[in-house]
Design a protein around this ligand. Sequence first.
Ligand code: AMP
Length: 486
Amino acid sequence: MSCSRRSRPTSRASLHLKYPLVPHRSLPTHAIFPLTLANLNLLHSSSPGHRKPILFSVFWPTRSSPAIDSLAKAKKGTKFTAYHLKAIFWTMKTVDDFNFEGKKALIRVDFNVPLNAAFQITDETRLKAAIPTIQKIRKDGGSVILMSHLGRPKEGPEEKFSLKHVVARLGEMLDTTVEFANDCIGDEAREKSAALGAGGVLLLENLRFYKEETKGNEDFAKKLSELGDVYVNDAFGTAHRAHASTAVVAQFFTDKMCGYVMQAELDNAQKVLDGAEKPFTAIMGGAKISDKILIIERLLDVVDNLLIGGGMAYTFFKAMGGSIGNSLLEEDKLDLAKTLIEKAKEKDVDLLLPIDSIIADDFKNDANRQEAKNHAIPAGWMGLDIGPEAQQVFANKIEESKTVLWNGPMGVFEMENFASGTIKVAEAVVSATEKGGFSLIGGGDSAAAVNSLGFGDRVSYVSTGGGALLEYMEGKTLPGVAALEE
Ligand code: AMP
């Protein structure tokens, strides 16, 4: 087939090429397809209408493969394996692909914000993140019905978990009146949704006041679906859960898509996994290896350096025959730690463990402290932060990296006296970013640390999803994402 001008793909989809997701199962796994403009066109035209590639992904599964961000950058003659093509067929719409005029958009947002005793919002990052998606829909002439969870209510409604505490601040941010429904399903929600005019905003009460939400109950999801014409999921932080509002509800909609938060999260995670510029350094910390085994294994395929700090480092030292005193230990993970060390060697990954620690004689901020090498922590003492030498080694490695992924604190950073390792790492990540590198901060504690230091705007991207990001990076299908697939 020739690549005449006429056969050149002209649609937005084939020229504007982007990411995710999980492979389509029907393609063979070993065939190789050279990329030409002609077969790109063929690819596009042979996709059924509703499966037209909208977001494209290019996976390069091995470290030696050339890294490219998108098909758009691929040179003519580039070889694509079926693995890449599978990804291409996996499609998902975004809010940019839809005109919301006259439509009611039911949006799953993540308004799980921290509240103080007076029910004031103490960190509005999540509210702020949701604004662009809401405004795009309102600007189109649509209205929005927002649904979210807040906290972990056990048995039905509880004042401290009510989303009504969010209404006033959200109204200020959107510069409009936000209606509130005291129940996320039922007559009031239906009537208020029906009454919304163009640009109107309705917030529903906490979804988790119904246990049907976390159980993924279909009847409950159907009731929610009746409130809108179009479904938008912008809650990346809960995308790894198959809850009623995050996944199950999608089946009741013809038009379903991701919002800007979800899109940015997936884009950034994918960018790190597939197109990371080298040297690529991953920093893993936090309490336990057991929570992070899968991601560590996956990362060994793509990173140049893996820095391990936090409580999980001590199991490695124990596995190598060191004395770790009372430091955190996962006895049943000693063999695993050895295996990870071996795997890192095989894959030519520089696995760096902290040389030293700040140790304490009690798990308290004002405990007695001293420094010690990590293979020789005296009995009765525990490592609660990486030591000064390790901080310097880690910082140097990070600063010379072009891509940095960070998940988990280096020590018990909630206690001031054991926060210096986490701060030093955060500063090094900022420095690598300012030198032109790309940095992705995994959600949870590392995101909290970066934000509390005021570094949120000085790194490339702070993820809003801890567990969801880890699961996505582990290669798992996120139910909230899969449900949007066309
Ligand atoms: P994770 O949720 O697994 O990312 O773990 C975060 C928690 O790990 C934080 O609450 C830290 O206080 C804790 N942590 C980090 N380093 C240590 C350590 N050396 N000993 C005990 N806990 C730690």
